[in-house]
Design a protein around this ligand. Structure first.
Ligand code: HEM
Length: 116
């Protein structure tokens, strides 16, 4: 048994951090649901306010690889393809991860004058 913030956690239970409640906290991220990539410009997060890869001894060991892969993929995808979502008004689902309910169904066309 352990006490955490006034709650009793029985022996053998698992306690998970609900990362979304941190990343969607409007006191940390004003208007958190707005798509606003500029919110990251020159932004240095305060400790434990930005945890996409977890933290501490269970920090995701693949985090640098994942960021590199995402950067390479986005470079080629955004420069080389046109994307048209088939259901742009499709609502979001939140479990296990936030995403459109249709899994972002889209028509993808390779650009003819692609430089990627
Ligand atoms: C965008 C991509 C990724 C995200 C958002 C992500 C996120 C996470 C998160 C939140 C955890 C749990 C941390 C915790 O339990 O507190 C985790 C664990 C883990 N991730 Fe990732 N991850 C990503 C990619 C990867 C990749 C590419 C690899 C391996 C090549 C990887 C391997 C692992 C492993 C092995 C663990 C378990 C670590 C442990 O329990 O000690 N992840 N990841």
């Amino acid at each position: 048994m352990a006490w955490i913030s006034g709650y009793i956690i029985p022996k053998g239970w698992k306690a998970l951090t609900w990362f979304r409640s941190i990343h969607m906290d409007s006191e940390i991220y004003p208007n958190p649901k707005e798509f606003n990539p500029s919110r990251w410009d020159n932004y240095t997060p305060k400790p434990v306010t930005f945890l996409p890869f977890g933290a501490g001894s269970r920090l995701c060991p693949g985090n640098d690889l994942a960021k590199l892969e995402i950067a390479i993929f986005l470079h080629h995808f955004l420069l080389g393809y046109e994307v048209e979502r088939l259901n742009p008004q499709c609502p979001l689902m939140h479990l296990p991860h936030p995403r459109p309910k249709d899994n972002c169904l889209a028509r993808i066309k390779k650009c003819s004058r692609s430089v990627a």
